[in-house]
Ligand binder design. Structure first.
Ligand SMILES: NC(=O)C1=CN([C@@H]2O[C@H](COP(=O)(O)OP(=O)(O)OC[C@H]3O[C@@H](n4cnc5c(N)ncnc54)[C@H](O)[C@@H]3O)[C@@H](O)[C@H]2O)[C@H](O)CC1
Ligand code: K
Length: 218
């Protein structure tokens, strides 16, 4: 069966269709995404789970990351969330995920930690919402992740890699693995995609392609 590759716009359109036309709540899609990522982190041989750092943006990619942190915590894996930005400016779903994480007393830090303390990093900074070059503080965070020895699991896309064309948008996370939602992404099928996305897993999270009204093909 041929693999389907999509763009960021298609990904966002399929999400919207599944939520708004079919009626699956965004938090359900986010939970299914997080379950797929957590499952891969636990079952892959790539990751030493002694101490995990989830680096989360304030968009829904970050929301996925916060949900992954909670799932790892429930799996008795030590995990810390490094939240990049103001919690009050986070998306509705990400704020809800942070409130949930608070109930489990999962530490949420704002300042860069000593990266040498962590054995695995989860890249939940930007996904298909990346819309411009990464600069300033965000670029410094990407550099810190790449300088660390820990293996990296990227959620949906390695932060900084263009979803549609695999262009490096200022800088890019060097991921060991990527779990991308619903369909593979055109940017992951490029030389940069292979180099910075690492091993790619496509997670079926119940997103439907409105054009074919069928489940994900493969
Ligand atoms: N229900 C759903 O929509 C699901 C989405 N999933 C996950 O959501 C992300 C896409 O989330 P979104 O909030 O649209 O965008 P990001 O989190 O990727 O980016 C956040 C935000 O950041 C801003 N931004 C973009 N580029 C830059 C930059 N270079 N510097 C600073 N800020 C930037 C921009 O405003 C973005 O909106 C998707 O990847 C999935 O991980 C779920 O997985 C499934 C359900
Ligand atoms: K990411």
């Amino acid at each position: 069966m041929a693999t389907t590759y999509i763009t960021a716009a298609q990904s966002q359109a399929f999400d919207a269709y599944t939520m708004n036309q079919i009626g699956i709540p965004s938090m359900v899609l986010m939970e299914r995404a997080a379950l797929a990522v957590a499952h891969q982190i636990v079952n892959s041989t790539s990751f030493d789970l002694n101490n995990v750092l989830v680096v989360a943006g304030t968009g829904n990619n970050g929301g996925d990351g916060v949900a992954v942190a909670r799932l790892l915590h429930l799996n008795h894996i030590p995990v810390t969330i490094w939240l990049l930005g103001n919690r009050d400016h986070a998306s509705e779903q990400t704020q809800q995920q942070l409130t949930i994480a608070d109930h489990y007393n999962i530490p949420v830090i704002a300042d860069q930690p000593d990266m040498a303390n962590y054995t695995t990093v989860v890249d939940a900074i930007f996904g298909v919402g990346l819309s411009r070059d990464i600069t300033g503080k965000f670029a410094d965070v990407v550099d810190a992740i790449n300088a660390a020895k820990a293996n990296v699991m990227a959620i949906d896309m390695p932060t900084g890699l263009g979803t549609d064309d695999g262009q490096i948008m200022g800088t890019v996370v060097e991921a060991t693995e990527t779990v991308t939602m619903s369909y593979n992404k055109l940017g992951l099928a490029t030389d940069n995609g292979r180099r910075f996305g690492g091993i790619v897993t496509v997670a079926d999270i119940g997103i439907y392609d409105p054009a074919t009204l069928t489940e994900r093909k493969s």
